[in-house]
Ligand binder design. Sequence first.
Ligand code: NAP
Length: 329
Amino acid sequence: MDYRRLGKSGLRVSALSFGSWVTFAKQVDLGPAKELLGAAYDAGVNFFDNAEGYEQGQSEVVMGQALSELAWSRDSFIVSSKVFWGGDKPTQRGLSRKHVTDACHAALRRLQVDYLDLYFCHRPDVDTPIEETVRAMDTLIAQGKVLYWGTSEWSAQQITEAHAVAREWRLTPPTMEQPQYNLFERDKVEGDYAPLYDTYGLGTTIWSPLASGLLTGKYNDGIPEGSRMALPGYEWLKDTLASEKGKDHLAKARALTQVAEGAGLSLTHMALLWCLANPRVSTVILGASRVSQLKDNLAALDHADRLTPEVMAAIEAIVKNRPEPPQRY
Ligand SMILES: NC(=O)c1ccc[n+]([C@@H]2O[C@H](COP(=O)([O-])OP(=O)(O)OC[C@H]3O[C@@H](n4cnc5c(N)ncnc54)[C@H](OP(=O)(O)O)[C@@H]3O)[C@@H](O)[C@H]2O)c1
């Protein structure tokens, strides 16, 4: 396993990490969850990602119980939660000081830990002043309940405002952002955030590196039974596949499969290695509903030398979605 700094922080996070969205408490219960976490940890994965919004908190309950039973030394792993979607009542969602505080306490209980290593604002909240959220995060950090705080899918402007507020009031600024990043989704990581890496030392924990499985090639010939797009409750995801954009992605996934085969790689490995090739990526968060998938994905690291400049160019010729670099005058 390789380890990368989380932005400019001193925290070393495994290049491949593991998250439980869709899977824990939906596709797998405690037994398989322990096996998945164990397979990841044994391979050197040290970061496990979660959120209050995953299966209404039950994903954290499963992960917390698994971590408790696995009984790894607390200083050997990093665990996260995210705040935003805690419930239906007005005080149970968003980024108010109240909900940020309540959600942290609830996540600590569900995950059965004394502190969260990483705590993310799962989305921006336009109804809460950013200063209120920065102050709430700073308080939790001062109380030792959170070590590093960050954002997810915030705009560069919103992240910049959080830093400005933190600097003005000597509060702790965000360390990391959790954006979607994969062969189909590059705008934020390669475009919007480009000025933030050097200015603020922003770290990134990127999500859906396989575009929910599309970049494994498993949807090339239809929707397999038991796959994410066939799950009840995820019809919205299945619908995206039928959209014009989805059809375009599917056609590209088929073409990318050919490139991967030519390079002696699986599409899965090529897609993961492509994410890792970006040095602005601190960690690629894997998702897996089975241990075999997780082991397959972790094995991508053994083939990094096959992602040559020629293969990168062949990929670019298919996806054709590199964001414009920031203008220099
Ligand atoms: N911050 C955010 O807003 C946000 C949003 C989404 C995700 N995340 C985080 O990012 C993590 C990863 O996202 P993701 O789960 O969408 O990642 P992903 O890698 O794009 O998709 C993972 C899914 O693809 C399928 N898959 C993975 N490897 C496979 C393989 N080798 N062969 C066949 N199928 C395979 C599995 O689904 P099936 O077996 O069910 O088909 C697996 O659950 C999440 O767990 C979560 O922690 C964050």
